[in-house]
Design a protein around this ligand. Structure first.
Ligand code: 5AD
Ligand code: SF4
Length: 471
């Protein structure tokens, strides 16, 4: 049994990480033939991609995926800690699973992994009040899944394996990708920024870059398999390479990935602090790097940004924003904003509204501050009432939504390239995303998933566009 420890998770050392090749012990292969599993994923793309590794490992053990948790022999929740509602959703699901185990399927195996598994409070609660959970494993223990699941099933004891600190980098983990035309590729794990509100540096560990050769090998294989798009993933992709190389960062990596000739390259998420001129130059110069940047601002008030430990002021952000807009033709910029941070005044919030008016973001994910276990912001005196926080969120949403629509309206009558992803919820229409990452529902015939097609935009909505294929 390994339990998470907050103090250890905080530690950062100058340690160099080894790369280890994943290998599954033969004794686990097909051990659970004819058993079924259901996997529920909460949170970000990093978790979605981890779930692709989890599925591949479980399936190599013989389990078969099903879509209804009530019929499954094993249910795994891959959880997220970022805000309280993500927590509540996972605990709500555990409640339903408890009921299922008590009433219908006493042999049900229940597992929890992902970011919540790294939290001391969550694991203590599971040990005390959720004894029906069979196993818990942390984000640094993913590769041990076959062994953990087998031990939990055969010992019939609650198995908890959570390393507080990351170990070596594991390469060649098996992966069962959700889609066969676009793929996630991890380039950097963890985060060393320690923004005061954020739990990620504790749940995902130190910043560790994958070697460029391993990344390029993975992208080249995807190209060979006919993939059309890769998203280079990391909690802060702009820090790529800093722990490995003297003079090779995300700018250089983007250039090398561009040379693989994969049609579309995206990357996320960027911290404004590490956004280099080289990156901007490469995005502008390489046709297959999509002109779409997710650049979280979090607040428009320099005073709040300081309390958040973001390392930039409103002015620094706007300077970078303008440089990106001026250098990359037709770039779209999206952002994340937190309202109701402890001690945020009406004046601070007004500055956030002003920045939103100025930037006219193409998309914005807006959140109410949520105090996370053991983070510095959770210890700040919070004098903003929940009513004020909710009211600010609504006012902010009104402003940002207005500009989503305004930006979309500018595209009506133009022709854009869209990667076709499937049939839309609206019958007889396809859907896909533009180079600038806008959702389009469109009419047309005889096209297939993975095609990149020219679409004429006919109508703009707040969160999507309508169009028709240009013949
Ligand atoms: N409360 C509210 N929002 C948060 N985010 C991260 N931590 C918190 C928190 N404690 C938001 C940030 C981040 C996005 C992924 O989630 O805006 O960019
Ligand atoms: Fe959630 Fe962050 Fe973990 Fe992603 S890395 S699952 S957003 S807590």
């Amino acid at each position: 049994m390994n339990l998470p420890n907050y103090k250890q998770a905080m530690l950062r050392t100058k340690k160099k990480y080894q790369t280890i090749n994943y290998e599954i012990d033969k004794k686990y292969i097909n051990k659970f033939k004819n058993k079924t599993y259901f996997l529920k994923t909460y949170g970000c793309q990093m978790n979605e991609h981890d779930s692709e590794n989890i599925s591949a490992m479980i399936e190599s053990m013989g389990f078969r995926k099903i879509d209804c948790y009530e019929d499954a022999d094993m249910v795994i929740l891959n959880t997220c800690s970022i805000r309280e509602n993500a927590h509540n959703k996972a605990f709500g699901m555990l409640g339903r699973l408890k009921h299922l185990k008590q009433t219908k399927n006493s042999d049900l195996i229940i597992g929890l992994c992902g970011c919540m598994a790294q939290e001391t409070g969550v694991v203590n609660q599971i040990l005390k009040d959720y004894k029906f959970v069979n196993f818990v494993f942390g984000t640094h223990n993913l590769y041990q899944l076959p062994q953990i699941v087998t031990e939990a099933i055969s010992s019939k004891k609650q198995t908890i394996e959570v390393f507080s600190k990351e170990g070596d980098l594991i390469e060649n983990m098996p992966v069962k990708r959700d889609k066969n035309y676009k793929a996630y590729v991890n380039i950097i794990y963890g985060c060393d920024k320690f923004c005061t509100y954020c739990i990620v540096p504790y749940t995902r560990g130190s910043q560790r870059s994958r070697k460029k050769e391993d990344i390029l090998k993975e992208v080249n294989e995807l190209v060979k398999d006919g993939y059309k798009e890769v998203t280079l993933l990391g909690q802060n992709v702009n820090a790529y390479g800093k722990d490995l190389y003297e003079d090779y960062g995300l700018g250089e990596l983007l250039e090398d990935v561009s040379k693989t000739n994969i049609p579309r390259i995206r990357f996320m998420t960027s911290h404004p602090w590490d956004f280099s001129d080289k990156m901007i130059e490469k995005i502008a110069a390489c046709k297959n790097i999509m002109p779409s940047v997710h650049l979280p601002i979090q607040s428009g008030s320099s005073r709040i940004l300081k309390l958040m430990g973001r390392r930039y002021t409103k002015e620094n952000y706007l300077e970078l924003f303008n440089k990106i807009k001026e250098t990359i033709p037709n770039v779209s910029i999206s952002t994340d904003i937190i309202v109701g941070f402890p001690q945020e005044t009406e004046e601070d919030f007004q500055q956030t509204l002003e920045v939103a008016e100025y930037c006219k973001f193409d998309n914005a994910f807006t959140f109410i501050f949520s105090a996370r276990e053991n983070t510095p912001a959770a210890r700040l005196k919070d004098d903003v009432s929940i009513e004020t926080k909710e009211e600010r969120l609504q006012r902010l949403n009104q402003v940002v939504n207005h500009y989503f629509l305004e930006n979309n309206q500018k595209l009506v009558g133009t022709t854009v390239k869209v990667l076709l992803e499937g049939m839309s919820e609206k019958k007889d229409m396809y859907f896909g995303y533009t180079e600038t990452n806008k959702l389009v529902n469109f009419t047309g015939k005889n096209k297939k998933i993975g095609d990149i097609v020219d679409v004429e935009i006919t109508e703009a909505k707040t969160w999507s566009l309508d169009g028709k294929i240009k013949s």
